[in-house]
Design a binder for this molecule. Structure first.
Ligand SMILES: [Zn+2]
Length: 124
């Protein structure tokens, strides 16, 4: 069993990731090769959560991974996609230098593991 969020593997009998709190799946979706959006730059992730974006960007900067953020409510227009919802929900796309994509993916996983928006802060 695998967590679809952080990709941790669990033994049979577990149903939920202890880190992410999400339901486990029998197999992870195979990842296809990622396409470069321009030469040297590959899309890493899309998110609608500015907090998650900030967390990942902070970690990329500390790791010296070059990145680009595109954000707004009309990314579909930027992509030349003819969609009905031109003015969609805010979303951001984060792209990184292609030769550092594997390192960047590990950074995203680490950030998601540590980012727990639904957990109330402990008060003393
Ligand atoms: Zn997990």
């Amino acid at each position: 069993m695998f967590c679809p969020s952080c990709e941790a593997e669990y033994r049979e009998g577990f149903t939920e990731c202890s880190d992410c709190g999400v339901a486990l799946v029998a197999a992870l979706e195979p990842r296809g090769p990622r396409a470069e959006i321009v030469p040297g730059l590959t899309a890493l992730m899309e998110t609608i959560d500015p907090v998650e974006l900030a967390e990942v960007v902070d970690r990329l900067e500390k790791a010296s991974v070059p990145y680009v953020v595109e954000a707004g409510t009309a990314l579909s227009l930027l992509d030349g996609r003819d969609e009905e919802n031109e003015y969609a929900q805010w979303q951001a796309r984060l792209s990184v230098a292609t030769d550092l994509i594997e390192r960047a993916e590990r950074i995203v996983q680490q950030a998601r593991r540590s980012h727990r928006p639904y957990e109330a802060p402990l008060s003393s």
